[in-house]
Write a protein that binds this ligand. Structure first.
Ligand code: GDP
Ligand code: MG
Length: 401
């Protein structure tokens, strides 16, 4: 099978002269006819959750958008990696199909920022089989600070037989898999793809290793703004805020919200998260201190049912109405676990005041959304503290327009 695929790929490559880099200067009168597209795939370590994946997407989308601003690599497209059996989506295993980005995002809006494409649109005819010329498996250097400083660099380690058979449940036909030590900004990957200029589809695995080129800049926020959700999810969230909080505007003063990250954090970060009573107490303190005019608290959480009941009870004792998004079975089949979490994030984004969880990318995405919606920074960058001990102030990432 490997031999046949190698021969086929060589035959294919011999005939693809027009798949070299394509640049088209806006000053030149004539640009060549539309070339054949090249595809950059990327995938993230299977341990990582949905909201870190969104951040990794942004690194690659910005890398593409910046190239386009210079009219370079115009024939490259960025392939959106489907979501498949994410570690926190415990009920998803019942569904064996990889989930495309259009389930959660407005693809036209993503396309307005970067040249993205879904796997299902490239391999329409051949799924579940997908062809990838070369997979680069990125690895960290043993010592990131050799000679005392962090240098951007990469080194090809050599061929490796690592995870080349399957991505997102698809059967992958790969010509070669190469291990590469890498540290530095994501745009440095263009140097790597230039090694084999006739490759038409390249996969970067462990795509979370390269860093942002432009974190927190205007480009970052332009990209972030383009990550609009699928309208069905926005509608579900708006229905909820209308029904329970009689809110019909972007900035609602009829409820405050919290992201109460429990799940694995309740064990792995025991010293950083508050107890259930401590959580309720901190909500109460925030409401009093900020003179909020509401006693409605929306709680986005991955806590289990028993913890939810306990928090609800303690909040009630303090005089609060606690609200949770409790999906019906039909909602789960319609929106999937990823969509339910997004609905909760949207509800938090519109609340008068927000308290998040320390070092949670789920919380960061809510804070960004609130920046986009124009909330006052002080109502957004707040965090739960442990019951005892130090509590560093959360980082503030203000929007750049
Ligand atoms: N529905 C729901 N799911 C959550 C919530 N908090 C965490 N999760 C789930 O747990 C995952 C956490 O992984 P990730 O998105 O990487 O965020 P992080 O681990 O908090 O940085 C999310 O993607 C959700 O699937 C929540 O408030 N509501
Ligand atoms: Mg995570």
């Amino acid at each position: 099978m490997y031999f046949i695929s190698a021969v086929l790929t060589i035959l294919l490559l011999a005939g693809t002269h027009n798949s070299l880099e394509y640049s088209c200067s806006s000053e030149s009168q004539e640009c060549p006819a539309q070339p054949e597209f090249k595809y950059l795939f990327f995938d993230v370590s299977s341990q990582e959750g949905f909201n870190l994946r969104r951040d990794v997407y942004m690194r690659y989308a910005i890398m593409f958008a910046e190239m386009r601003k210079r009219n370079e690599r115009m024939n490259w497209k960025l392939v959106l990696p489907p979501f498949y059996r994410l570690p926190h989506w415990r009920n998803e295993n019942a569904f064996s199909e990889p989930i495309q980005w259009s389930k959660f995002f407005d693809i036209d809006s993503l396309k307005s920022y970067a040249p993205v494409v879904e796997v299902k649109d490239i391999f329409k005819e051949t799924l579940p089989y997908i062809d990838i010329d070369r997979v680069y498996v990125l690895q960290n250097y043993e010592n990131a600070f050799e000679n005392g400083h962090f240098a951007e660099k990469w080194d090809v380690v050599g061929k490796c037989e690592y995870l080349s058979q399957s991505f997102w449940g698809y059967v992958t036909n790969t010509f070669e898999t190469v291990c590469v030590k890498f540290q530095g900004k994501v745009s440095k990957l263009w140097e790597l793809t230039s090694l084999h200029p006739y490759d038409k589809s390249v996969m970067i695995y462990h795509a979370e290793i390269p860093l942002h080129d432009l974190y927190g800049t205007k480009s970052y926020w332009d990209c972030r703004k383009s990550m609009k959700f699928n309208p069905a999810l926005i509608e579900a969230a708006m229905e909820y805020t209308a029904k329970y909080f009689q809110c019909y505007v972007f900035q609602c003063d009829s409820y405050m919200s919290v992201h109460w990250r429990r799940g694995d954090y309740a064990h792995s970060r025991k010293n950083e998260v508050p107890s259930i009573k401590g959580t309720a107490k901190q909500i109460d303190t925030a409401v009093t201190k900020n003179k909020l005019k509401t006693r409605n608290v929306f709680v986005a959480t991955d806590a289990d049912a028993a913890e939810i009941r306990q928090l609800q009870k303690v909040l009630q004792e303090l005089g609060y109405n606690a609200y949770f998004y409790l999906p019906r079975h039909t909602d789960i089949t319609k929106f999937r676990e990823g969509g339910i979490a997004i609905i909760e994030q949207i509800i938090c984004s519109h609340s008068a005041y927000f308290i998040g969880s320390h070092e949670s990318t789920f919380t960061y995405r809510i804070q960004e959304e609130r920046e986009i919606l124009g909330f006052n920074t002080s109502s957004t960058f707040n965090r739960f503290c442990p019951d005892k001990g130090r509590c560093e102030a959360p980082s503030v990432w203000k929007i750049i327009q």
